[in-house]
Design a protein around this ligand. Structure first.
Ligand code: SF4
Ligand code: SF4
Length: 713
């Protein structure tokens, strides 16, 4: 990888972060979207519906060639001509030929990401054809010579003033940015004229129904209807993955698509087109050409892992909920396709060069995954795509070192103990390192860092863990690196909470890192090896639960069965262990039942770790426990939004990690909280370091500590 391209990418990220208008617009957009989406899906079982859509898409993807043949036969019987383009160049050629054969010179287009994928406009314009985008946002960015910054709202990065300025240039008359009706009128008058004069209309399609040869467009502006009906020639450019067997399948998807895109129950216009209709201008019948684009889709549909990516229905939700998109927008967080799905498709449709920096830019916060209406495991596929990029360009040195260290637990723990000695002078006797040595880049200084503990939890265990002669429950504690070596006090607090409850808690000493950092770095074999070591060390068969204070560890331990799915000797063992993994809040509610604490305690805000709320689906338990412990719980809007840590992400993308943290801390501070509670030591590291760096008096506590303190333990 060239250092220049990495530098350039980080430079672009910084420029986007410096754009205040963009930051404010995206924050407002994401906040509004969350509310609209929630209202749109109220009363519906979203995960079940998304699974249904995923299954329906998978079934269709398994027989794309057959569906294509069926579609072609039906559509051509109805008067259309159907083409199959092997790649982008072929599709461009087919469409340019249609224009030449039909004498089309003026072309109008409705919004189509597939046409962006093949850079169609550039090609047609180079042939001397006049191409006009008719979606308002697309027209604006076409006039500016830009690509879309969002799949559904392509001009979201622009302010009204910028649009007014642009329209002033276009019309030669001063346009008032406050007069939205006048701005819309500028677009309407120009675009209507273009549509009436056009020889050819180009659209995309949201569905292609094999049973009837029908295509469908789902839009809000109505321009697609005009583009597909007014000109004498209609060309629909359709990704092969839009093929579905029939109307029922399309309707199943349509139930979720507008709700996921904008929160609407249904889009304003859903248009179904079957065959070439009558048209006086074309001498009797319209010319309808449907161009299917392969461009790697057929091969992808056969891939047991990545075929999932073709389930995408282009709703844009994975960008709308992504904290990174929310900071930098689609021009930086996408190539042509934007958001989480863009990180994956860029590699497959546009190649390694376009993807190699982009694909690393993921926090693994899981927000896209739980919101995707097609049930795509987006963060999982992003990691796997990063693995493909890495395999092609060679494993970086840090990955090779990671493998050496993480797979050798004694060496890893030896290094952690040494780290305590090395950092001592930097900590100056305190708990946090406030100034990093010079070899760290200055942009790492957005948070203080905790010191490694003088005595890890594993060394204290014999002294601390109570002996229980007749336990009603046997629990293995999985510490994870941070609880064990950095925050042993969190483990101590947990022991205080469980004291006198007839629960035996063991700390199996053979356990090591859960392996999540390796998985995040696309070091799959390392992650698997570490998983096997932990499974052997934990001996889960002897325990009722495997308890962990780290949400990220818990969620990754539960992922072991999938990680080891190809290793039959370990799969069953992994499943057995995963079923016993539990987070602290759930365990306390289910098995302990802490006594309520009377009185009004400190004002406490809560940060929900990504891997707890989305990874494990635990939402209410920690908040209920805090309130039960007498804390004056102070909610805020982004409680379940990532804190920007993401393990090594915060080292690789410090500018974004800092910006995401900043927003969170602002909201927490505005609640008036004295205490910020969370239940993942990684989040503690990020939040405490950020607050300390800002000189904030807000204390950060792990849930175990907050509850133990409330109980006077
Ligand atoms: S990946 Fe899922 S959430 Fe993202 S655009 Fe596609 S369907 Fe929507
Ligand atoms: S996991 Fe989070 S950070 Fe990564 S793409 Fe999805 S929403 Fe964005």
């Amino acid at each position: 990888m060239s250092r220049a391209s990495r530098r350039e990418y980080h430079q672009r990220l910084k420029e986007a972060l410096d754009n205040r208008f963009l930051g404010q617009t995206l924050a407002r957009f994401q906040g509004n979207y969350r509310g609209s989406r929630e209202a749109g899906f109220a009363g519906m079982d979203f995960p079940a519906l998304a699974a249904e859509v995923g299954a329906a898409k998978d079934a269709a993807l398994g027989r794309l060639e057959e569906l294509y043949e069926q579609f072609k036969a039906q559509a051509e019987a109805a008067g259309a001509q159907v083409h199959l383009a092997a790649d982008a160049a072929h599709a461009r050629e087919i469409i340019a030929d249609i224009a030449a054969q039909t004498g089309s010179r003026r072309i109008v287009k409705s919004k189509s990401m597939t046409s962006e994928e093949i850079h169609l406009n550039r090609h047609l314009e180079a042939q001397g054809l006049q191409v006009t985008e008719t979606d308002l946002g697309e027209w604006i960015i076409q006039l500016r010579g830009e690509g879309p910054s969002h799949m559904v709202a392509p001009a979201i990065h622009l302010s009204r003033s910028q649009v007014a300025e642009l329209f002033t240039q276009v019309t030669g008359q001063k346009q008032d940015p406050e007069d939205i009706a006048a701005l819309v009128e500028v677009a309407r008058s120009r675009l209507r004229r273009a549509m009436l004069e056009a020889d050819m209309g180009i659209s995309g399609a949201n569905f292609a129904l094999a049973s009837t040869g029908t295509i469908a467009t789902v839009t809000n502006e109505g321009n697609a209807r005009l583009v597909t009906t007014l000109p004498r020639v209609h060309v629909a450019l359709v990704g092969l993955e839009k093929l579905v067997p029939d109307l029922n399948t399309a309707l199943k998807i349509l139930r979720l698509l507008p709700r996921s895109a904008t929160g609407q129950l249904i889009s304003t216009y859903v248009t179904w087109i079957t065959g070439a209709v009558e048209c006086a201008a074309a001498g009797g019948r319209k010319y309808l050409h449907i161009v299917f684009l392969d461009n790697g889709r057929l091969a992808l549909s056969q891939d047991p892992v990545f075929s999932q990516a073709l389930r995408c229905v282009r709703c844009g939700s994975c960008a709308n909920v992504c904290p990174i998109f929310g900071k930098v927008g689609g021009h930086t967080y996408g190539h042509v396709y934007i958001g989480a799905i863009g990180l994956i498709l860029t590699y497959f449709y546009h190649g390694r060069e376009a993807a190699r920096e982009l694909v690393k830019n993921c926090l693994d916060c899981q927000a896209c995954k739980v919101n995707c209406p097609a049930g795509i495991d987006l963060p999982g596929l992003i990691k796997k795509t990063a693995g493909l990029v890495m395999a092609e360009q060679g494993r970086p040195l840090k990955n090779q070192l990671m493998r050496r260290v993480l797979t050798n637990r004694p060496l890893f723990h030896f290094l952690l103990r040494r780290a305590y000695l090395a950092q001592k002078p930097l900590a100056r006797g305190g708990r946090l390192i406030r100034h990093l040595p010079l070899f760290f880049a200055p942009d790492q200084e957005f948070r203080s860092l905790p010191v490694v503990a003088a005595e890890p939890l594993r060394d204290r265990w014999q002294r601390l863990a109570p002996r229980v002669s007749n336990p009603r429950l046997k629990v293995a504690l999985f510490g994870g690196c941070l609880t064990d070596f950095v925050y042993p006090e969190q483990g101590e607090a947990m022991l205080k909470l469980l004291a006198g409850r007839d629960i035996q808690v063991d700390y199996p000493l053979g356990q090591s890192c859960c392996g999540l950092p390796a998985a995040m770095a696309s070091e799959e074999e390392t992650a698997r090896e570490v998983a096997r070591q932990n499974l052997a060390a934990l001996e889960a068969e002897h325990y009722d639960y495997v308890l962990t204070l780290c949400a990220s560890c818990a969620s990754h331990l539960k992922h072991y069965p999938r990680l080891l799915a190809d290793d039959p000797a370990w799969t069953q063992r992994a499943e057995h262990m995963a079923a016993k993994v539990i987070d602290l809040a759930s365990f306390l509610q289910k098995e302990v039942g802490l006594e309520p604490v009377a009185g009004r305690g400190a004002k406490a805000a809560y940060h929900a770790p990504c891997h707890l709320c989305r990874g494990l689906g635990v939402h209410q338990a920690p908040r209920q426990l805090l309130q039960g412990a007498g804390y004056d719980y102070r909610p805020y809007e982004d409680e379940e939004v990532c804190c920007g840590f993401g393990g090594s992400y915060s080292l690789d993308f410090p500018e974004l990690s800092a910006a995401i943290l900043e927003r969170k801390l602002k909201q927490v501070t505005a609640t008036g909280a004295e205490l910020l509670v969370t239940d993942c030591p990684g989040c503690v590291l990020q939040l405490e370091g950020g607050l300390d760096h800002r000189g904030s008096p807000i204390r950060v506590r792990h849930l175990a500590q907050a509850l133990a303190e409330a109980q006077g333990k």
